[in-house]
Design a protein around this ligand. Structure first.
Ligand SMILES: Cc1cc2nc3c(=O)[nH]c(=O)nc-3n(C[C@H](O)[C@H](O)[C@H](O)COP(=O)(O)OP(=O)(O)OC[C@H]3O[C@@H](n4cnc5c(N)ncnc54)[C@H](O)[C@@H]3O)c2cc1C
Length: 485
């Protein structure tokens, strides 16, 4: 076999997954069809959960540095640092779960950071390698890899398609991809309009929404839901779309290309078929509204990395890999659901104008604002774990803790090992399955002790005054890390 795991695609999700595998002791082979890293500006930032996960791997200083610049850019472009729901910019990201924060980092900078992180772990990306074939066997998967000079087979124990929304791996392996077709096509172009006075002010118009600013023009075009995706965005195409949306005919003094995407919302029916798995946009596509795609995909990678590594090492309990779909599919479905609501709120017409006014007023209510902020950040989600755990924090991603121990959580978690943070850690013999760290306090009044999975999910917790040695702690250890016990 050529590789234990092949990661197809070196976008943000493939890079993080490869790093998580390497941290867990499995060296993946990463293939990327581009000849060199992409520099396309897409996402402007990552949400609370992904930012916390990356901080726990020691990438916090870089995130914080980029965040400062990102805040300034957001204020410049939108006149506010609030985030939006359906382009109503009123959501305060800091109220989702006070003390928890995302990071405004542009996608190219994030990918650079992840590439450096991965290369620091000794894994290189093989650029210019496109997967053009896939065959499943009982013990391995065979891929066909095309590079500019050769075509060759590559065998792997597992293959993970992190190859984006048009995923070849998803199609080869026959995953279903049900969902809803687009209501609109978005076109975003870097262009100089020859006579900008012809344009109406940016905003909602008869055919959709128009944005324009110095050197940038964008349309949310509800009259065109089946764009031709075979060629790059052209000036003529943007001109046609501006005509449909705003009813004016503009010419461009300069046109420097741009992006085209729709709001179709689709999700793979499962994230695993035998030895083939999907993560990130390969597993789910939806509109970028609310800025959730990157967060969602990076958290897929965090969830999958340690589980797949355990399967490769032969240390995974029965069914561990299937908990990946069980845990992540509902989170993806929830994101698709709220992006559909946002698309509905972007449709043109007086009825939606009225609905948006109402929604905007509601968003001034702190409880509504907090609810939407929590929905977009994903902090509301709790995984259903397969054992009885009574503490409400079990199954959620652990918030940052100020541990009164030898090292801060970010440092303790950098090695990707499961952690038991417990006042009597020294007396608990976990058989070396987890790092047991004695603590005095966890800096969170709801928590006296926690067992953290490598992805930062609380597998067991006790509150102040509760039994610190209950059967549930051993159930949690045996469920996730049974190998040595
Ligand atoms: C305009 C825009 C704005 C966005 N804004 C936000 C935002 O604000 N917040 C947010 O969270 N998300 C946003 N997103 C979504 C976000 O960019 C994606 O969710 C993210 O890029 C998904 O990462 P990925 O690694 O899964 O896939 P991708 O980034 O698509 O990476 C897939 C990689 O696989 C490679 N590949 C494809 N096929 C093959 C093959 N056959 N063989 C080998 N390699 C292959 C590709 O070249 C690519 O490098 C936005 C997207 C767009 C388009």
């Amino acid at each position: 076999m050529d590789a234990e795991v092949v990661v197809v695609g070196a976008g943000p999700v493939g890079l993080l997954l490869a790093a998580e595998l390497a941290i867990a002791g499995v060296r993946p082979l990463v293939v990327e069809r581009l000849a060199a890293p992409a520099e396309q500006p897409k996402a402007r930032g990552i949400g609370v959960l992904a930012a916390e996960a990356l901080r726990r791997r020691g990438l916090g200083a870089e995130l914080d540095r980029e965040h400062e610049q990102g805040l300034r850019a957001l204020a410049r472009d939108h006149g506010t640092t609030k985030t939006h729901f359906a382009w109503i910019h009123k959501i305060d990201p800091d109220v989702a779960d006070p003390g928890r924060r995302g990071a405004l980092i542009g996608q190219p900078a994030l990918e650079r950071l992840l590439r450096e992180h991965l290369s620091g772990l000794g894994v290189q990306v093989h650029y210019g390698c496109t997967v053009t074939g896939w065959r499943d066997g009982p013990d391995e998967v065979t891929l066909t890899i095309e590079s500019p000079t050769t075509t060759r087979p590559l065998t792997a124990g597992y293959v993970v398609g992190c190859d984006g929304g048009h995923s070849a791996i998803r199609k080869f392996a026959g995953f279903g991809f049900p969902g809803t077709p687009p209501l609109m096509t978005v076109r975003y172009a870097h262009a100089e309009v020859r006579d900008p006075d012809l344009l109406p002010p940016p905003g909602r118009l008869a055919g959709g929404t128009l944005f324009h600013d110095d050197g940038v023009i964008a349309t949310f075009d509800f009259a065109d839901t089946t764009p031709d995706r075979s060629s790059p965005l052209s000036a003529e195409e943007v001109r046609d779309s501006v005509r449909r949306v705003a009813g004016v005919d503009v010419a461009f003094a300069a046109f420097h290309g741009g992006l085209r995407f729709t709001d179709q919302a689709r999700q793979a029916d499962a994230y695993r078929r035998g030895r083939t798995l999907l993560a990130g946009d390969a597993a789910h596509v939806h509109s970028p509204n609310g800025g959730q795609g990157l967060n969602l995909g990076l958290m897929d990678a965090m969830n999958l990395g340690w589980k797949l590594a355990a399967a490769v090492r032969g240390a995974a309990p029965d069914g561990l890999l299937d908990t990946y779909t069980a845990e992540r599919h509902p989170v993806g479905a929830a994101v698709l659901h709220n992006t559909r609501a946002q698309s509905a709120l972007l449709a043109p017409g007086p009825h939606v104008d009225a609905l948006r006014d109402l929604m905007s007023d509601l968003m001034d209510l702190p409880e509504v604002n907090r609810h939407l902020s929590r929905v977009l950040s994903g902090v509301t989600h709790r995984y259903p774990l397969p054992y009885l755990a009574t503490h409400p924090a079990v199954g959620v991603h652990c918030p940052p803790l100020t541990i009164d121990a030898t090292a801060p959580l970010d440092e303790l978690a950098a090695g990707g090992r499961p952690l038991l943070l417990h006042p009597e850690a020294k007396q608990i013999n976990t058989g070396g399955r987890v790092d047991a760290i004695p603590i005095v306090a966890l800096g969170d009044e709801r928590l006296a002790a926690v067992l953290l999975r490598p992805d930062g999910v609380i597998a067991w917790a006790a509150g102040p005054g509760e039994d610190l040695h209950p059967p549930a702690l051993w159930q949690a250890l045996d469920t996730w890390f049974p190998e040595v016990h």
